[in-house]
Design a protein around this ligand. Structure first.
Ligand code: NI
Length: 172
C-alpha cells in the first residue's frame, strides 16, 4: 500500500502553494554568461585534393587522405552558444531548438554523404576539419541571424575528425 502523502512527507513540501509569489532564479539577478553546447554525430566521406596542385603535390601534402575515391570518418560536431541566461526560463537557448537546427541545416545535408561530391556547401573547398568548421560556422551564423536572437551568440564550433584530430573555430 502506498504511503499517504501529507504536508510533512510530501517530496515537494519546499514548494508551498504561495510559490507563485516567490522570486525564482534570484541567482540570475546578476547577469551570468554561460556557454551551452550541443554535440552531434555524422558519418561522411571526403577526399583531400586541391585541383590547383599537381598530382605529386597533392600526394605529398595530403598523403593517404588524397586517396582517389576518398575515405570515411565518424565525425563529431560540437556547437557552442554563449550569452546571458534568461532569468525566467533559466535557459540561455533551448537545446531542443539547437538540435533541430543542426539536424536541418547540417546533418540532413552531410550525414552519409561524400562531402566533395554530394554537399553543396563544400563545393570548391578542400574539406579538411578546419574548412568544415569554418563552413559550418557560416551556415549556422546565417541561420541564427535570421532568428533575430537577443544576447545569444555563436561562440565556437569544434569538428572532431577522429578522437585525436580536432579543429576549433570561433569566428575570428
Ligand atoms: Ni580524412
Amino acid at each position: 500500500m502506498s504511503e499517504q502523502i501529507t504536508e510533512h512527507n510530501s517530496p515537494a513540501r519546499w514548494l508551498p502553494a504561495e510559490n507563485a509569489t516567490r522570486e525564482i532564479n534570484k541567482v540570475l539577478e546578476k547577469p551570468r554568461k554561460v556557454y551551452v553546447t550541443r554535440k552531434v554525430h555524422f558519418n561522411a566521406a571526403h577526399r583531400l585534393f586541391n585541383p590547383t596542385f599537381s598530382d605529386e603535390k597533392n600526394c605529398q601534402i595530403y598523403d593517404v587522405c588524397n586517396n582517389f575515391y576518398g575515405h570515411g570518418h565518424n565525425y563529431e560536431l560540437e556547437v557552442t552558444l554563449s550569452g546571458i541566461v534568461d532569468k525566467e526560463t533559466g535557459y540561455l537557448f533551448d537545446l531542443k531548438v539547437l538540435k533541430k537546427i543542426l539536424e536541418e541545416e547540417i546533418l540532413s545535408k552531410v550525414d552519409h554523404k561524400h562531402l566533395n561530391f554530394d554537399v553543396e556547401m563544400f563545393r570548391d573547398t578542400v574539406p579538411t576539419a578546419e574548412v568544415i568548421a569554418v563552413v559550418f560556422w557560416e551556415v549556422l551564423s546565417q541561420k541564427l541571424k535570421t532568428m533575430n536572437l537577443k544576447g545569444v551568440d555563436l561562440y565556437e564550433i569544434r569538428v572532431f575528425e577522429s578522437e585525436r584530430n580536432i579543429a576549433t573555430y570561433r569566428g575570428e
